[in-house]
Every structure is written in C-alpha cells, then in structure tokens.
Write a protein that binds this ligand. Structure first.
Ligand SMILES: N[C@@H](CCC(=O)N[C@@H](CS)C(=O)NCC(=O)O)C(=O)O
Length: 314
C-alpha cells in the first residue's frame, strides 16, 4: 500500500507550542495533513482511547499507528516522507544533542517563564493541570517560585538565545544554514510561545538583532496544508486499519526487552500522568511501540521515543 501524505492525522490544539513545532515541520516538508482539535485540559477521552492514556499534545496518527511526543513524530515524518528531510544526516549526533537541549532545558525554561509571569491570572483549572504536569506534586510552590524567580529565568533564557542570535549573525537564513531543519522548528516554538504568551515576550525577543527576522522567515514557511477531521472519524480510521510497524527488538538491547513483554511507559518526570500499558511490538534505541494497549479502544500500535520515557516491565 502506498503512503499518502493526507493520511497524516495530527491531534493538537492551536495554542500548543509543541504542536506549533510540528506544524512548522509540516510547513518545511510541505505536507498536507488532517487536524483533529483536542481539548487543552484532561480528560481527553477521544484522544486517550487511541493512545492508551497518554494525554499530552501533540499526537500523530497514521492509520492504526499512533505517535506520541514531537520527537517521535518528527522522526517518523522524515522516515515516511524523506523529501525535504528536517533531520540532516550530516553531523546528526551534534544536531540531535541540540534538539534534545531545545526539547528539554530550553522548553522547560520557557514554561517557567510563561507560567511564572502569568502568576495569579492563570485560570484555576489550568494552573492546577499545568502546575502538576510541569512542577511536580508541590506544584503550588513551584508556580510561586517561578513567579518570584522570573528575572532569573529571563536571564537564563537570554543567555541561551544570545547564543542563537550570535549564530544567526552571519546572516544565514536558518540555524543550520540555507535550509530549514527541525532545529529551526525546535527553537522557533519556544520563541513563538514566549512572544505569544508572555507579556514581556515581544520586547525581550526584539532586543536581539537576528532573532525576530529569523522568526519571520520560519513563520513564512507555513504549516503545510490541512483540513479539520472529527475525532470520531480518526478513531474509526484507527479501528479499520492495521499497524504498518514491523515487529522485533532491534540493535543493542540495554533493557533486554522481548517482543510480547508487558510494560508500562510514562514520561520520565513527576507529572502525575497515566502510564500507557501494553505489550512490546517493536523497540530500538530511539523508539518503542506497543500493541494490545490496555484501555485503548482500537487495535492501535502506540509509539514513544526512548529518550525521556521510562519503560518498566510488569
Ligand atoms: N515531550 C513532549 C512534550 C509535550 C507537552 O508537554 N505538550 C504540552 C502542550 S504544548 C502539553 O501536553 N500540555 C498538556 C496538554 O496539552 O494536555 C513532546 O515533545 O511532545
């Protein structure tokens, strides 16, 4: 069966910065996709019925294959649609380390700034949900501290973006040179979040010489083309499809997994999230995929990145 680009279903909501990262990747790759708009707050029953409990944003679906986390999504997009690759082969290790830094440290810093600056003005349900997700069980204290340490976090962000600004100073259009890559999407989604959701964000970003013009260029790449799809139609599609993922444990098998083993998978942070429980269908050093996923309605295959996720055998 040939893969059609319009088979890509993206579960997201407009305000999500991590979804914006992937939307920019759709733009770079000039893909067409279907958008399922999901709620900003849990519970999200029409999403978790596909993921087996994973509730973060975004999630990509292609038939019965469900890809959780932007890292897994972007790797899969380049694998299925190699044209206009966003993960360059050259210097891949260095590139991927930078990607992981942007995904981890840089994004967390932006969350502290945006939530910290919002302070008391955050709606209570949103503060509780995002507080627990990003600041752990003592989230009230975490939010207060983020508010009190705002200038410290702004200085940390300034130090990080100063490096990017200097890097762009040779008038290269994109971070890696002439062609946009996933790293542009990575760094851009943080700038997009700061500019859009932090009162002081525009002034902060505009104080750099090269960041704002680069943001404009990345924005100009667009989001590819998309149309909306009902969540029910997406579930129906998953139910009537079968996974295209081969089965096996490939490469160096540090945790000595075997196909069929029952495991739980959860983001390796104290976010109060529901682990996804299922049976190993595929694993390598970058990705793990489960079938017979408990609590998932359809016979899906749910994929996670290995980086940042804890897999526990049950
Ligand atoms: N490591 C994840 C992080 C995803 C994440 O934290 N997304 C935020 C939205 S930007 C989220 O899930 N917030 C809670 C929600 O949407 O329910 C990824 O790269 O996809």
């Amino acid at each position: 069966m040939t893969q059609s680009v319009s088979d890509v279903i993206f579960h997201n909501y407009p305000q999500s910065p991590v979804a914006e990262k992937v939307r920019v990747v759709f733009g770079i790759k000039q893909l067409s996709w279907k958008s399922v708009v999901i709620p900003r707050l849990a519970p999200k029953p029409l999403l978790t019925v596909l993921t087996g409990g994973y509730r973060r944003t975004p999630v990509m679906q292609i038939g019965a294959d469900i890809y959780c986390d932007s890292r897994c999504i972007i790797q899969e997009l380049d694998r299925r649609f190699p044209e206009r690759a966003v993960l360059p082969v050259e210097h891949y290790g260095l590139f991927d380390s930078l990607n992981q830094w942007a995904d981890g440290g840089l994004f967390s810093l932006s969350v502290k700034i945006v939530l910290g600056a919002a302070g008391e003005s955050l709606p209570e349900d949103f503060a509780q949900d995002r507080g627990r997700l990003y600041f752990g069980s003592d989230w009230k204290n975490g939010l207060t501290q983020a508010n009190e340490s705002l200038s410290h976090y702004a200085a940390q962000m300034h130090a990080a973006l100063d490096g990017i600004d200097r890097h762009l100073a040779d008038n290269r259009p994109y971070v890696m040179g002439d062609q946009p890559t996933a790293l542009d999407a990575q760094i851009y989604h943080v700038a997009w979040f700061l500019r859009g959701r932090w009162n002081a964000g525009p002034e902060f970003l505009d104080s750099f010489d090269h960041i704002a013009p680069w943001e404009k260029r990345v924005q100009g790449l667009g989001h590819g083309t998309y149309e909306e799809l009902d969540p029910e139609a997406a579930i129906e599609l998953a139910t009537s499809s079968v996974t295209r993922c081969e089965s096996g444990v490939v490469g160096i098998n540090v945790q000595q997994f075997t196909v069929g083993q029952r495991v739980s998978i959860c983001a390796d942070v104290d976010g109060g999230e529901t682990p996804v429980i299922g049976h190993i269908h595929y694993a390598d050093s970058q990705r793990i995929a489960l079938t017979d996923v408990e609590t998932a309605k359809a016979s899906v295959c749910v994929h996670f990145p290995r980086a940042g996720y804890r897999v526990v055998t049950l």
